[in-house]
Design a binder for this molecule. Structure first.
Ligand SMILES: *[C@@H]1O[C@H](CO)[C@@H](O)[C@H](O)[C@H]1NC(C)=O
Ligand SMILES: *[C@@H]1O[C@H](CO)[C@@H](O)[C@H](O)[C@H]1NC(C)=O
Ligand SMILES: *[C@@H]1O[C@H](CO)[C@@H](O)[C@H](O)[C@H]1NC(C)=O
Ligand SMILES: *[C@@H]1O[C@H](CO)[C@@H](O)[C@H](O)[C@H]1NC(C)=O
Ligand SMILES: *[C@@H]1O[C@H](CO)[C@@H](O)[C@H](O)[C@H]1NC(C)=O
Length: 511
């Protein structure tokens, strides 16, 4: 087992592409704990199934918002998606709902943020989904991804601060074009996109009147949140389902490591887990399994879903059912195999599991750079009770990896310097307004979220049954009562922001 685990936000696809270029010895040293091929599930949702949801547009964006050095005058094409079907238009100052894109293809996020579609008619809202620079089709350097991702010189423009400035620039320009200057804007986002939404409201209050920030771990920096919190929540998710399930998983790591020591053992593991015949190691297998547990905890939704992979409702329950099954006796590997199948092979059409699969259907690879530079989020600590082997987070390990991968120095304190985070209640009590922080307590990222309301208009909505940005998904007839309640609360809060805003316009016109 690698002595440290990399700390990733949602969808830490990232170690794949780079690491595979390393020599075997370097590779072993930087073995990612969270092996990424999980997300590259062959049955991941196709990006082209729902293309009737929006029109695709491009905007000429400035590469470097913060520099007047002529070398920085370059531009790139930024993609954004628009749905104007429900918009009431500028005459009535109908609102504009903007999704602040995360680390991936914006179409994927648009298709998974059904909440905005569900409420657009009621609000007569224009829907806009803006792609984050360096992801999807919003690639600087003439759209040439190879060039844009070449090294730290070309990747240097990939930062959250630049992304927020992109969003502000685009929104202001779009409102001008639509002659909708007075239409109120509300920003939406989940996970990293939710962090961006909250920060956008704080940095650009003149552009957005409010933010719905869902499952955004804005406090998962430095040591504001314990490094053990993330894995403790996963542990709790499985343990509260079944003590036996927790114990089997917890006990399995040692058995895997011991078995992996010999060639015969490795072949046994390959057979037990249906691993393809190209590569296997104990570390990879452990990474592959923990990835399944981590992402299943994140997406432990009450209805069937297809965000990271097709999954049944309450997948943790299903995994533990497989593990607790009496039919498998005390065969740990068979139990784990069946559990992993729920994450990796729910549709049943994977022929073997490929540890070398580094495909990236949602285009999340740029997160590796972001995690190396500013998104340094310590989540990998495991205490004695953890479902994973005990370990502590090492910033040194992280920094060393980033130095070797990109020749870049991590700045672990930059995010709190730029956006805050320390003593957030005290700070935001007298500064800032109109932010909803939603968190579901089954979500491992909820430990780094804002779980207590800060003021009358900076409101925490916490749902103990909820998982990662569950509120943003399309509503279904099977949604439980608590989920409807969460969404209704969000709707009524946003309505109050908008009516207050309209009142303010009337008041200022009267003067
Ligand atoms: C907007 O979304 C709705 C589904 O909610 C869809 O029926 C409509 O065609 C979309 N409009 C555009 C312009 O894409
Ligand atoms: C606004 O209109 C100009 C001129 O047609 C266009 O170049 C620009 O891309 C538009 N802005 C947005 C955000 O679409
Ligand atoms: C957080 O880190 C700082 C700086 O390393 C240290 O001074 C402080 O005591 C730490 N706080 C906690 C709660 O560990
Ligand atoms: C598993 O069960 C078999 C048969 O009951 C038994 O011989 C074996 O010792 C058990 N193994 C473990 C690890 O408990
Ligand atoms: C995937 O599931 C199907 C149906 O249950 C099964 O036949 C197949 O062997 C599974 N694939 C792997 C790699 O285990």
């Amino acid at each position: 087992m690698a002595p440290w685990m990399l700390d990733l936000l949602v969808l830490p696809l990232f170690y794949s592409l780079l690491l595979l270029q390393y020599s075997p010895s370097t590779f072993a040293k930087f073995q990612p704990r969270y092996f990424p091929s999980s997300i590259t599930h062959p049955k991941s949702q196709s990006l082209h199934t729902n293309n009737k949801l929006y029109k695709t547009k491009y905007f000429t964006q400035i590469l470097d918002h913060f520099n007047y050095n002529p070398q920085s005058y370059q531009t790139f094409q930024q993609r954004y998606l628009v749905n104007d079907t429900f918009w009431g238009g500028p005459k009535i100052n109908a609102p504009i709902f903007v999704y602040t894109g995360n680390e991936g293809n914006i179409e994927w996020f648009a298709q998974n943020t059904g909440f905005m579609y569900d409420i657009a008619p009621e609000f007569k809202a224009l829907l806009v989904f803006i792609e984050h620079r360096y992801y999807g089709k919003s690639i600087p350097y003439e759209g040439n991804k190879k060039k844009a991702y070449k090294n730290s010189k070309t990747l240097g423009y990939l930062s959250s601060t630049q992304a927020l400035a992109d969003y502000a620039t685009l929104i202001v320009d779009l409102k001008n074009n639509l002659t909708a200057i007075d239409s109120p804007v509300i920003v939406f986002g989940g996970s990293y996109g939710g962090m961006l939404a909250a920060w956008f409201r704080l940095k650009y209050p003149h552009v957005a009147i409010g933010a719905l920030s869902s499952s955004s771990p804005i406090l998962q920096f430095e040591n504001i949140t314990s490094q053990y919190s993330f894995n403790n929540i996963i542990t709790q998710d499985f343990r509260s389902e079944s003590e036996n399930c927790y114990k089997v998983i917890k006990g399995s790591w040692k058995e895997i490591e011991e078995t992996a020591r010999t060639r015969r053992g490795l072949e046994l593991l390959r057979k037990s887990f249906h691993i393809c015949k190209n590569y296997i190691s104990g570390d990879y297998l452990e990474g592959w399994l923990s990835t399944a547990f981590i992402y299943t905890a994140m997406t432990d939704y009450p209805t069937p879903s297809n965000f990271l992979a097709p999954m049944p409702a309450y997948p943790i329950k299903q995994m533990c059912k497989a593990i607790d099954s009496l039919k498998l006796g005390n065969n740990t590997f068979a139990k784990l195999y069946h559990a992993a199948n729920i994450y990796y092979n729910y549709t049943g059409d994977v022929s073997c599991f490929d540890f070398l699969d580094d495909s990236d259907p949602h285009d999340l690879g740029g997160w590796q750079w972001q995690a190396c530079t500013e998104m340094v989020m310590p989540t990998s600590g495991n205490n004695k009770e953890s479902i994973f082997p005990a370990s502590t987070y090492s910033f040194e390990g992280h920094a060393q990896y980033c130095e070797e991968a990109y020749s870049v120095k991590s700045r672990p304190t930059w995010i709190t310097t730029e956006f805050g985070g320390h003593d957030i209640t005290r700070v935001l009590k007298r500064f800032g307004s109109n932010i909803i922080f939603f968190n579901g307590l089954r979500d491992p990222w909820s430990g780094g979220g804002v779980l207590k309301s800060i003021s009358k208009s900076i409101i925490a909505i916490v749902e103990k049954e909820g998982a990662h940005h569950v509120d943003l998904r399309f509503s279904t007839n099977e949604d439980p009562e608590w989920l409807r309640d969460v969404r209704n609360r969000e709707i009524s809060i946003m309505k109050s922001w908008i009516s207050e805003y309209y009142q303010n316009i009337v008041d200022s016109d009267a003067h």
